[in-house]
Write a protein of this length. Structure first.
Length: 185
Protein backbone atom coordinates (compact mmCIF):
# COMPACT_ATOMS: atom_id res chain seq x y z
CA UNK A 1 0.00 0.00 0.00
CA UNK A 2 1.26 3.46 -0.84
CA UNK A 3 0.93 6.34 1.56
CA UNK A 4 -1.87 7.82 -0.53
CA UNK A 5 -4.11 4.75 -0.25
CA UNK A 6 -5.49 5.52 3.19
CA UNK A 7 -2.78 4.35 5.57
CA UNK A 8 -2.59 6.20 8.85
CA UNK A 9 1.18 6.20 8.82
CA UNK A 10 3.29 8.50 6.70
CA UNK A 11 6.90 7.90 5.79
CA UNK A 12 9.35 9.30 8.37
CA UNK A 13 10.90 11.82 5.94
CA UNK A 14 7.43 13.20 5.08
CA UNK A 15 6.66 13.77 8.80
CA UNK A 16 10.03 15.47 9.32
CA UNK A 17 9.42 17.75 6.35
CA UNK A 18 5.99 18.69 7.70
CA UNK A 19 7.45 19.48 11.15
CA UNK A 20 10.19 21.56 9.56
CA UNK A 21 7.58 23.51 7.59
CA UNK A 22 5.57 24.14 10.76
CA UNK A 23 8.72 25.37 12.49
CA UNK A 24 9.39 27.86 9.69
CA UNK A 25 5.75 28.92 9.71
CA UNK A 26 5.95 29.49 13.46
CA UNK A 27 9.04 31.65 13.05
CA UNK A 28 7.42 33.68 10.26
CA UNK A 29 4.23 34.15 12.32
CA UNK A 30 6.21 35.19 15.41
CA UNK A 31 8.27 37.64 13.35
CA UNK A 32 5.14 39.07 11.73
CA UNK A 33 3.44 39.48 15.12
CA UNK A 34 6.49 41.23 16.57
CA UNK A 35 6.76 43.53 13.56
CA UNK A 36 3.06 44.37 13.70
CA UNK A 37 3.29 45.14 17.43
CA UNK A 38 6.31 47.36 16.91
CA UNK A 39 4.66 49.26 14.08
CA UNK A 40 1.37 49.71 15.89
CA UNK A 41 3.05 50.91 19.09
CA UNK A 42 5.16 53.43 17.23
CA UNK A 43 2.24 54.75 15.22
CA UNK A 44 0.15 55.26 18.36
CA UNK A 45 2.80 57.59 19.80
CA UNK A 46 2.74 60.09 16.95
CA UNK A 47 2.07 63.69 17.88
CA UNK A 48 -0.67 65.70 16.28
CA UNK A 49 0.53 68.43 13.91
CA UNK A 50 0.74 72.01 15.18
CA UNK A 51 -2.40 74.11 15.01
CA UNK A 52 -1.77 76.96 12.52
CA UNK A 53 -4.43 79.08 14.27
CA UNK A 54 -2.54 79.04 17.58
CA UNK A 55 1.05 78.72 16.31
CA UNK A 56 2.02 82.38 16.73
CA UNK A 57 0.59 82.56 20.25
CA UNK A 58 2.28 79.27 21.21
CA UNK A 59 5.61 80.40 19.74
CA UNK A 60 5.28 83.77 21.51
CA UNK A 61 4.82 81.93 24.83
CA UNK A 62 7.98 79.84 24.38
CA UNK A 63 10.05 82.78 23.07
CA UNK A 64 8.89 84.89 26.02
CA UNK A 65 9.84 82.11 28.45
CA UNK A 66 13.27 81.69 26.88
CA UNK A 67 14.09 85.41 26.66
CA UNK A 68 13.13 86.13 30.24
CA UNK A 69 16.80 85.78 31.08
CA UNK A 70 16.35 87.75 34.30
CA UNK A 71 14.78 84.49 35.58
CA UNK A 72 17.87 82.43 36.46
CA UNK A 73 16.12 79.02 36.42
CA UNK A 74 18.39 77.07 34.05
CA UNK A 75 16.03 74.08 33.74
CA UNK A 76 13.06 76.29 32.84
CA UNK A 77 15.14 78.05 30.19
CA UNK A 78 16.43 74.74 28.78
CA UNK A 79 12.85 73.42 28.55
CA UNK A 80 12.12 76.15 25.98
CA UNK A 81 15.05 75.18 23.71
CA UNK A 82 15.28 72.48 21.03
CA UNK A 83 17.85 69.96 22.35
CA UNK A 84 18.14 72.17 25.42
CA UNK A 85 20.21 69.68 27.42
CA UNK A 86 23.08 70.07 24.93
CA UNK A 87 23.21 73.78 25.82
CA UNK A 88 23.27 73.51 29.62
CA UNK A 89 26.79 74.96 30.02
CA UNK A 90 26.18 77.80 27.53
CA UNK A 91 22.79 78.60 29.09
CA UNK A 92 24.25 78.63 32.60
CA UNK A 93 26.99 80.95 31.35
CA UNK A 94 24.48 83.22 29.58
CA UNK A 95 22.24 83.44 32.65
CA UNK A 96 25.21 84.47 34.80
CA UNK A 97 26.02 87.34 32.43
CA UNK A 98 25.23 90.86 33.63
CA UNK A 99 23.62 91.50 30.24
CA UNK A 100 21.05 88.77 30.86
CA UNK A 101 19.54 90.74 33.73
CA UNK A 102 18.21 93.22 31.17
CA UNK A 103 16.23 90.68 29.10
CA UNK A 104 12.72 90.29 30.50
CA UNK A 105 10.99 88.46 27.66
CA UNK A 106 10.11 88.76 23.98
CA UNK A 107 7.34 89.63 21.61
CA UNK A 108 6.77 87.82 18.34
CA UNK A 109 5.56 89.99 15.48
CA UNK A 110 5.30 87.08 13.03
CA UNK A 111 5.61 83.32 12.93
CA UNK A 112 5.37 81.75 9.49
CA UNK A 113 4.99 77.99 9.25
CA UNK A 114 7.42 76.55 6.71
CA UNK A 115 7.08 73.56 4.41
CA UNK A 116 9.08 70.41 5.01
CA UNK A 117 11.56 71.36 2.28
CA UNK A 118 11.97 74.88 3.70
CA UNK A 119 12.67 73.43 7.16
CA UNK A 120 15.15 70.99 5.65
CA UNK A 121 16.90 73.82 3.79
CA UNK A 122 17.50 75.46 7.18
CA UNK A 123 18.67 72.14 8.70
CA UNK A 124 15.60 72.13 10.94
CA UNK A 125 13.18 69.31 11.63
CA UNK A 126 9.67 69.62 10.25
CA UNK A 127 7.40 71.26 11.38
CA UNK A 128 9.19 74.54 11.90
CA UNK A 129 8.45 78.25 11.69
CA UNK A 130 10.36 81.38 10.76
CA UNK A 131 9.99 83.90 13.57
CA UNK A 132 10.41 87.68 13.75
CA UNK A 133 10.79 88.73 17.37
CA UNK A 134 12.04 91.47 19.65
CA UNK A 135 13.87 90.90 22.94
CA UNK A 136 12.35 93.08 25.62
CA UNK A 137 14.06 94.89 28.45
CA UNK A 138 12.74 96.47 31.61
CA UNK A 139 9.45 98.27 31.03
CA UNK A 140 8.88 96.34 27.81
CA UNK A 141 11.30 98.41 25.75
CA UNK A 142 12.96 96.49 22.90
CA UNK A 143 16.62 95.65 23.52
CA UNK A 144 16.98 93.91 20.18
CA UNK A 145 14.13 94.66 17.79
CA UNK A 146 12.89 92.72 14.75
CA UNK A 147 15.34 89.85 14.96
CA UNK A 148 14.97 86.70 12.88
CA UNK A 149 14.93 83.20 14.28
CA UNK A 150 13.20 79.84 14.13
CA UNK A 151 10.94 77.65 16.21
CA UNK A 152 10.54 73.90 15.90
CA UNK A 153 7.61 71.70 16.88
CA UNK A 154 8.80 68.75 18.98
CA UNK A 155 6.61 66.26 20.86
CA UNK A 156 3.57 68.51 20.66
CA UNK A 157 5.32 71.71 21.77
CA UNK A 158 6.94 74.66 20.04
CA UNK A 159 10.55 75.30 21.09
CA UNK A 160 13.10 77.99 20.26
CA UNK A 161 15.32 76.43 17.60
CA UNK A 162 18.82 75.40 18.67
CA UNK A 163 20.34 77.44 15.83
CA UNK A 164 18.55 80.61 17.01
CA UNK A 165 19.76 80.16 20.59
CA UNK A 166 23.34 79.53 19.45
CA UNK A 167 23.29 82.67 17.31
CA UNK A 168 22.26 84.72 20.33
CA UNK A 169 24.77 83.06 22.63
CA UNK A 170 27.51 83.81 20.08
CA UNK A 171 26.38 87.46 20.01
CA UNK A 172 26.55 87.51 23.81
CA UNK A 173 30.07 86.04 23.67
CA UNK A 174 31.18 88.76 21.24
CA UNK A 175 29.59 91.49 23.37
CA UNK A 176 31.44 90.23 26.44
CA UNK A 177 34.74 89.98 24.52
CA UNK A 178 34.92 86.18 24.71
CA UNK A 179 36.37 84.11 21.92
CA UNK A 180 35.33 80.72 20.62
CA UNK A 181 31.94 79.12 20.37
CA UNK A 182 29.53 78.67 23.27
CA UNK A 183 29.49 75.05 24.52
CA UNK A 184 26.95 72.93 22.64
CA UNK A 185 26.75 75.24 19.62
Amino acid sequence: MTPHQGTAEAPADHVAARRKGRGRLGIVLAFTAALTAACSSSSSSTTPPPNPATAQADITTVYNAFFNLSNKDVDKTLAAIQNGSTLRAATTDALSSTLSNSATGATVSSATLLTASQCSAQSLPYPCAKVTYSILGPGGQPLLANSGGYAVYVNGHWLVAHVTVCGLFELLYQTEGKSGTPPGC
